[in-house]
Write a new protein. Structure first.
Length: 158
């Protein structure tokens, strides 16, 4: 986990409710290592050669192994706390996703980072729901590895 201070800290509901359109980030760069890809393959059972067979992948369409799209998506959990912190929350939960795209492959050995934009904040029973578009950038690439509209719920402590 990064020691980076979050891009934005929200301390009260009114501040968060007014945050639609707020840009967040960028985060620290994170390396995409083969060990991370192999661990994801073990956890999910997805051992497709483009992810785990380093020798075969060298002559494949990407010139080497690439991260699973869902691995890249899962790293929104690494980047969101770097992008924002909600101190008013007694609990935060992942509520879902609205839209996910994988515009470019994330090659093993590359570095990625997150940027965000708060698309919507709405009151819900006991707290607020926040939709953040997280873009996972690939260092040196014009296209991101993943763009996902994440939905989180932050329940007010008390």
């Amino acid at each position: 986990m990064s020691d980076q201070v979050p891009s934005r800290v929200f301390t009260d509901v009114d501040d968060l409710l007014a945050a639609s359109g707020t840009l967040l980030g960028p985060t620290d760069w994170a390396p995409m290592e083969q060990s991370r890809v192999d661990g994801f393959a073990e956890a999910t059972g997805d051992h497709q050669w483009i992810h785990v067979d380093v020798e075969r992948a060298r002559s494949g369409p990407f010139g080497g192994t690439i991260a699973h799209g869902y691995l890249t998506l899962s790293l929104t959990s690494l980047f969101l706390p770097q992008l924002m912190r909600v101190e008013l929350a007694g609990m935060g939960i992942n509520y879902g996703l609205d839209r996910v795209r994988f515009p470019a492959p994330v090659r093993v050995g590359s570095r990625i980072r997150g940027r965000g934009e708060i698309l919507a904040v709405t009151p819900v029973a006991g707290g607020v729901q926040v939709v953040v578009r997280v873009t996972i950038e690939i260092e040196g690439s014009d296209r991101p590895g993943c763009v996902a509209d994440t939905i989180s719920r932050f329940m007010v402590a008390g």
